[in-house]
Design a binder for this molecule. Structure first.
Ligand code: ADP
Length: 425
């Protein structure tokens, strides 16, 4: 699926770049052809002007007449070999052909100034050849009076050759650029697909873990219900016990689903609207006095070191409470009776630090790098507790990172752990 999307992305990238290149090359070619044609027209016009400059218009036997004898190309002298003129024709003011060099025109003469491109068969060489020519028809005037028309043509071979070379250059440039674009597209789409691929894999893992975790309590509910159903109608005590179990498992499922939804919904940084100025010292004091912390720590010596002066920070108070609560409940859960759990708050190097320390069972070096992963539980710590899904630390980390902070741990097996939250001031 990802390879197909990558291929599609690369092809669309190449296709769009190719289309832009083709349009651009077309415009370039058009401009070049236009420039070359302008150059030919200018040359043709200049040559025509040179010829017409030699026309003599004078009185002869009482009448004004045009004398063409001394005209280059059309006159008595043959045109130079390198003149490039295919044909030249002189028409009088009525459009009648008076003198010509080269081919005669098969078409009727049109008495207007004209520049046009024509395809003719050239019989001058060894064998007849179809060639493109540029023809000019120039009305000639003497002191403002029209005295005739000069029509002449030049071959376009040089322009064609130059345009052919230009088009070959353009095609090869476009092809090379397309190949480079294709390779760049493949490489760039690979980079673009990487985060999608990673989050897809993460989602896949998350779904697999979630369904696996949900299956266990569901099986427990089912077996309790079945055992309850097998009990006799009179045995209400057994039925009650089973229902209690079902309720307990359903409660843990509820908390698991809540956690799963939390992880699935909250990603990335928090929105500015959700942040409010909060005194963390007050917030943590309230948390320590809450019933849930008191219940969790009833078998322990719970201490706190919170500053008297307020430490005000823009945070989502509810989320910070949830993160600290997860750390506190873990500390209580993994510290044997009579142990110590301490909550500290202080500032250090423009950072606010919240620490949760316990002298409980600690975490082995091999497990430490993984404990923030979703659904990770230290194998030896796996209890029958229906509320340990390995999501508490992942949630706490997600909350702290969403605040731009950092959650870390130091722990030694058998000695205890210190979880540290650092938030920017
Ligand atoms: P759980 O719900 O299983 O406690 P967590 O994500 O909160 O999941 O913790 C992951 C694992 O890290 C736990 O299963 C436990 O093994 C270990 N752990 C977390 N906090 C402590 C602690 N304070 N002391 C010892 N082990 C801990």
């Amino acid at each position: 699926m990802f390879n197909r999307s990558r291929r599609n992305l690369a092809s669309w990238f190449t296709l769009s770049m190719g289309s832009i290149l083709l349009i651009f090359s077309g415009l370039l070619y058009y401009q070049e052809a236009d420039q070359q044609l302008d150059a030919v027209d200018l040359l043709l016009y200049k040559k025509a002007r040179v010829i017409t400059a030699s026309v003599q218009y004078k009185l002869y036997q009482g009448q004004k007449r045009v004398f063409l004898k001394h005209l280059p190309v059309l006159g008595i002298n043959p045109p130079p070999a390198d003149s490039e003129i295919i044909y030249a024709r002189w028409y009088d003011t009525d459009g009648k052909l008076k003198r010509y060099f080269g081919q005669l025109s098969p078409k009727k003469f049109n008495r207007t100034f004209e520049l046009k491109t024509l395809k003719i068969t050239n019989n001058l060489g060894v064998s007849p050849q179809n060639i493109w020519i540029r023809e000019i028809t120039l009305p000639v005037q003497h002191k403002g009076e029209l005295i005739g028309y000069l029509q002449m043509a030049m071959p376009m071979t040089r322009v064609q050759d130059s345009l052919n070379r230009f088009i070959i250059l353009l095609i090869s440039t476009v092809l090379i650029t397309l190949v480079i674009t294709g390779l760049a597209g493949w490489f760039l789409s690979g980079i673009a697909m990487q985060p999608i691929y990673l989050s897809y894999k993460q989602l896949e893992r998350f779904t697999a873990h979630a369904s696996h975790e949900l299956r266990t309590p569901l099986a427990a509910i089912l077996s309790n219900a079945q055992v309850g159903l097998l009990a006799s109608m009179e045995d209400s005590a057994s039925k009650h016990l089973r229902l209690e179990k079902v309720a307990e498992v359903a409660k843990s499922m509820n908390s698991l689903i809540g956690n799963l939804l939390f992880l699935a919904r909250r990603t990335g940084r928090l929105t500015p609207e959700s942040l409010k100025e909060v005194d963390l010292s007050d917030l943590l004091k309230e948390l320590l006095n809450s019933q849930s912390v008191k219940t969790a720590a009833e078998h322990l010596n719970l201490k706190s070191d919170l500053p008297k002066t307020p430490i005000v920070l823009r945070v989502d108070a509810e989320l910070i409470c949830l993160a600290v609560m997860n750390l506190l409940s873990n500390a209580c859960k993994y510290t044997p009776d009579g142990g110590m759990v301490e909550l500290r708050l202080f500032t250090k190097f423009s950072q606010v630090v919240i620490e949760v320390e316990d002298n409980g069972i600690g975490i082995g070096a091999a497990d430490l790098p993984h404990i923030f992963e979703q659904f990770y539980r230290v194998e030896q710590h796996r209890t029958n507790s229906t509320n340990s899904f390995g999501l508490g630390l992942a949630i706490a980390q997600q909350i702290i990172e969403a605040h731009g902070g950092h959650l870390s741990v130091k722990s030694e097996l058998g000695k205890g752990s210190v979880f540290q939250i650092k938030l920017p001031l």
